[in-house]
Design a protein. Structure first.
Length: 209
C-alpha cells in the first residue's frame, strides 16, 4: 500500500496586478485597475483590441493594447469571440498576465493574497509517510512558494529550506533552490513526512476536524 498522501492545491489569486502609469487627470503616477472589459476597433481588415483599465484614484481610463493592427484572419476566432463578449475568464487571465503587463508599464504592483482550495486525492493524513502536492494554477500568481507553504503547512521557511537542502522536499519539474519563486501550474512537490507530525499532512489535505 502506498504511504503517499496526494492532494491538489488550486491557487486562486484575489487581486490582479496593477500597473502604475501617469494619469492625465490626476497629474500624477497612479495605480490602474482592470475593468475586465475590452474595447475593439475594426478598421477595414485590421483590428485593434485593448483591455480597459481605470485609475484607482479618479477613474480615468487606460487602454492596455492586446492586438495592434492585426488582420482579422490572423486572430483566432475563439479569442475574437471572447473579446467581443467581454468574456470574464479571458479578461481575468489577461489581467493576471504579469509578463505582458511589465512590457507596458515600468512599475507593476502585485498582490500575493490567494485562496487555496485543497482536494484530497488519495491516502490518509494519519498514516502518510510522504506528502505529494499537485499545484493547479488557472491564472499566474505572484506569491512566493515558501511563504505559501509556511502559511498553509505551519512550517517555518527556514525549515522548508532545510528540508529541500536535505533532499526531503523535492519539486518536479526540478528547481534548485527556488523555493521563493511562485508556484506554477502542473508543478508537483513531494515532502518526506517521516520526522514530522501529522499536522502538516492534515493541513495540506484540508482535512480538518
Ligand atoms: Zn487619475
Amino acid at each position: 500500500m502506498s504511504d503517499v498522501l496526494r492532494v491538489l492545491w488550486t491557487i486562486v489569486p484575489q487581486t490582479a496586478p496593477q500597473p502604475w502609469l501617469p494619469c492625465s487627470r490626476c497629474h500624477n503616477s497612479r495605480a490602474f485597475r482592470s475593468s475586465d472589459k475590452f474595447r475593439i476597433n475594426a478598421n477595414g481588415k485590421r483590428l485593434d483590441a485593448w483591455l480597459i483599465y481605470n485609475c484607482t484614484a479618479c477613474g480615468n481610463t487606460w487602454n492596455r493594447p492586446l492586438l495592434e493592427r492585426r488582420t482579422v484572419n490572423g486572430i483566432s476566432p475563439e479569442f475574437l469571440a471572447q473579446l467581443q463578449a467581454n468574456d470574464p475568464e479571458t479578461a481575468r487571465r489577461l489581467a493576471f498576465d504579469l509578463g505582458d503587463l511589465r512590457t507596458k508599464a515600468q512599475k507593476v504592483e502585485t498582490f500575493p493574497q490567494a485562496l487555496v482550495q485543497k482536494t484530497l486525492m488519495s491516502g490518509s493524513a494519519q498514516t502518510a509517510g510522504r506528502l505529494e502536492i499537485g499545484f493547479v494554477i488557472p491564472v499566474a500568481v505572484s506569491l512566493r512558494l515558501d511563504r505559501l507553504l509556511a502559511a498553509e503547512l505551519g512550517l517555518s521557511r527556514s525549515r522548508l529550506q532545510h528540508l529541500q537542502d536535505q533532499g526531503r522536499l523535492t519539486l518536479s519539474p526540478p528547481r534548485k533552490g527556488k523555493l521563493r519563486n511562485p508556484p506554477v501550474d502542473g508543478m508537483r512537490m513531494l515532502i518526506d513526512l517521516s520526522q514530522m507530525s501529522v499536522a502538516a499532512a492534515i493541513a495540506a489535505a484540508g482535512a480538518h476536524g
